[in-house]
Design a protein around this ligand. Structure first.
Ligand SMILES: Cc1cc2nc3c(=O)[nH]c(=O)nc-3n(C[C@H](O)[C@H](O)[C@H](O)COP(=O)(O)OP(=O)(O)OC[C@H]3O[C@@H](n4cnc5c(N)ncnc54)[C@H](O)[C@@H]3O)c2cc1C
Length: 410
């Protein structure tokens, strides 16, 4: 029987074409080399070149700067397809779609847009984000990176010197630019935190090392030092004010783009693992019967597909609420990110189990996907931090915008 309603999340023809393009790039260019990037920990230059050649880096950048002016839904489509085969490579696109270029587009001056956005759209430069510090990860308001005024204000405004040390900057060792969250003068706590753009070729900016990790081994996380780096007035993305936390709140809400991208990559990696497990179960016979006939294993597939679909629907709602050029709302985003992280962890883990000994081998892609998505459960705000936010909001009587569900006890 045909369904009676219309799928509210059906993709337009343009979105289907974009998905087909991203899928083709992922299958032809990313999948054959994914194991190589993982084993060697080399930067996935071949993936970068392929994404660039397909003109995919520019999809979310405004048309005025050489992009295609698309929104979060399209970004998620591409990230899902790339991550289906290689999360390390998908992260390169995530940094452009949902990293500094998106922040510049929404919050930056015209001069800043003209300087950086064409490089983002064309895939000429990699961008990175410097928020975390050794003593300030989840406790982000404890950050110490600080600006001090450099001389009196000029006609264009105040110039500064930046001093600080940022930890776990994805792609920071290869990036041309880093969006650095830092304190403006005389500030403590959430008040006075703002953000500046640092050209990583500037004097005083240096890479101090890269982390040796479990997964996402193609895209290293770098430690960046900023030693008296000159920050011109036009490098200030959002000025902090020592008497207000408004700039910090704006920056935090803008991270919702990155959280949705993170969720999309989790869904893509989990989808790839589920498909691999399904193929394997149909081919692998035990005592003359394919694994797919064993009901105990069919239940695993049922749970995997259901959790994945639940996360996908939550993500779709957050993305659609953003509209074509807005920002996804906080509560729906936190739910989508936590659900996608947990679904991916479950699906990728069960995929390993379903492949038996082969699932545990580095020669099969499901164990790499598991190691990769494990990092996504920590980056862009851990699962626990999403839960803190969701729990505190629900206890205050917050509702998700599409259900209007309200806690009757509040
Ligand atoms: C793959 C990857 C990529 C990353 N990329 C970047 C990047 O590009 N730029 C950047 O700035 N940072 C990046 N990070 C850093 C990331 O944002 C931090 O690791 C994360 O915010 C957690 O901070 P932390 O590591 O200091 O852990 P901590 O904050 O020390 O947390 C340790 C544990 O305690 C839990 N916890 C902490 N506070 C609470 C609380 N109040 N309630 C309950 N549980 C709590 C955490 O969830 C975690 O499980 C990346 C991390 C990873 C793994």
């Amino acid at each position: 029987m045909a369904p009676h309603g219309v799928d509210p999340f059906a993709e337009t023809e343009d979105q289907q074409a974009l998905r087909a393009l991203a899928r083709d790039v992922a299958e032809r260019e990313l999948a054959p080399n994914a194991r190589h990037w993982d084993e060697t920990e080399e930067f996935p230059q071949g993936s970068w070149d392929a994404i660039r050649k397909a003109d995919l880096f520019g999809i979310t950048v405004d048309e005025r700067y050489g992009g295609m002016g698309m929104g979060d839904i399209e970004a998620a489509i591409v990230l899902e397809e790339l991550a289906r085969h290689d999360v390390s490579s998908a992260i390169l696109a995530q940094l452009t779609f949902n990293g500094p270029p998106r922040a510049i587009q929404h919050l930056g001056s015209d001069a800043m847009k003209e300087r950086w956005l064409p490089m983002a759209a064309s895939g000429e430069a990699l961008f990175s984000i410097g928020i975390s510090e050794t003593e300030a990860g989840s406790a982000v308001t404890h950050m110490r990176a600080r600006l001090t005024p450099d001389g009196p204000p000029g006609p264009a405004g105040q110039a500064y010197r930046l001093n600080g040390y940022k930890n776990y900057v994805t792609g920071g060792h290869k990036a041309r630019c880093c969006l650095v969250w830092c304190r403006f003068p005389d500030s403590e706590g959430a008040k006075g935190i703002g953000a500046v753009l640092v050209d990583l070729e500037a004097e005083g900016a240096s890479v101090q090392g890269t982390h040796v990790k479990m997964g996402l081994r193609g895209t290293s996380e770098a430690e960046l030092a900023f030693d008296d780096v000159r920050i011109e007035p036009e490098d200030v993305l959002l000025a902090g004010d020592a008497s207000s936390s408004d700039a910090f709140k704006t920056l935090i809400s803008h991270i919702n783009h990155e959280r949705c991208g993170n969720a999309a990559m989790c869904i893509g990696a989990a989808q790839g693992s589920l498909e691999y497990a399904v193929r394997y179960m149909n081919e692998r016979t035990i005592g003359g019967r394919p694994l797919a006939e064993l009901q105990g294993l069919q239940w695993k597939i049922a749970d995997m597909a259901t959790q994945l679909e639940g996360a996908r629907l939550l993500l779709q709602r957050a993305l659609r609420l953003a509209g074509p050029h807005g920002t996804p709302p906080a509560l729906e985003t936190a739910m989508a990110k936590a659900a996608a992280n947990l679904a991916a962890k479950f699906v990728c883990d069960e995929s390993i189990q379903l492949l038996g000994g082969y699932g545990y081998s580095r020669e099969f892609p499901v164990e790499r996907a598991y190691r990769d998505i494990r990092g996504l459960c920590i980056g862009a705000g851990t699962v626990e931090i999403q839960r803190n936010f969701i729990g505190s909001q629900v206890l205050r009587g917050a509702t998700t915008s599409s259900t209007g569900w309200r806690n009757p006890l509040v």
